[in-house]
Design a protein. Structure first.
Length: 277
């Protein structure tokens, strides 16, 4: 067994299961490479991220953080062939101790995450990133399984706070004015938890006055991942960032486990506790 991201003891263990879908961590380099191929299909082929030569050559989305992360996988066990060809979704998980040993988090390029951790030295942080699911598997069931797996992972590692960037498609924040404004006016983190975009990349999110925002319309315009974060109690940082390479407008998510509503703890937690044991 190859230990990916330093999680040898749970690398092959199931972290969630719904029907024919299974959630677990990647357990070898072939599975990490297959997850990178799924990311390529979504980010580059489907969503039009800017390709570097190595991306076009290898047909994989990869960077230096992959080697220090754990890779949460969703597998469809009914797909014939080797297990690494059953991967239909993935989430990249970067624990605080691994990030600090390697020089920082991926989000540091866009947001002042270090200042947040400095204000909460007694909390253990986890960065969530590179979330993607193949189109035919984008269902409520798959999202629920991903969260079941993440919650089991958090229980195993004693995680207190989840953070990371979530994205709107496109590089023009004004195209998402109503949704961004709703996040800015209604779902900003409290001062002790607030995180600001780095000064050189900061773009305002409050593009419309609060009274002009139609909440129902703004929510309908949000990507499913961001709506999912909202449902379980997440808050958002100050400012959005345009990522020209990925063709996205990014916002920063902060989710303390203390904020997750009991109904979600009960919903995800019962199964997650079983898989975390």
């Amino acid at each position: 067994m190859v230990a990916v991201g330093g999680l040898a003891r749970h690398a092959g263990g199931t972290l969630g299961r719904i029907g024919n879908l299974q959630a677990r961590l990647a357990r070898n380099s072939a599975e990490v490479a297959a997850a990178q191929e799924v990311r390529f299909r979504v980010f580059y082929d489907e969503l039009g991220a800017k390709r570097q030569f190595v991306h076009a050559l290898e047909q994989r989305d990869a960077d230096r953080f992959d080697a220090i992360c754990d890779h949460l996988l969703v597998l469809d066990t009914t797909i014939p062939g080797p297990e690494h060809r059953q991967i239909v979704g993935t989430y990249r998980l970067l624990r605080q101790e691994s990030a600090l040993a390697a020089g920082g988090f991926y989000s540091d390029e866009e947001y002042e995450l270090e200042s947040l951790m400095a204000r909460h030295p007694d909390r253990r942080f986890l960065e969530l990133g590179r979330s993607c699911v193949l189109p035919e598997y984008r269902s409520k069931r798959t999202v629920e399984l991903l969260w079941q797996g993440i919650w089991a992972y958090c229980r195993i590692h004693g995680i207190d706070v989840m953070t990371g960037c979530a994205s709107f498609h496109g590089t023009v924040p004004a195209a998402h004015a109503e949704a961004l404004s709703l996040l800015a006016h209604n779902f900003r983190a409290e001062p002790e938890w607030d995180v600001r975009a780095v000064a050189s990349r900061y773009r305002p999110m409050d593009l419309m006055p609060a009274e002009a925002v139609d909440v129902r319309r703004a929510l309908a315009a949000m990507p499913p991942l961001i709506k999912g974060y909202l449902r379980i109690g997440a808050r958002f940082g100050d400012g959005c960032v345009v990522d020209a390479d990925f063709g996205t407008t990014d916002v920063f998510v902060i989710l303390s486990t203390d904020w997750i509503a009991n109904r979600y703890i009960n919903y995800y937690g019962a199964e997650a506790e079983r898989f975390a044991a």
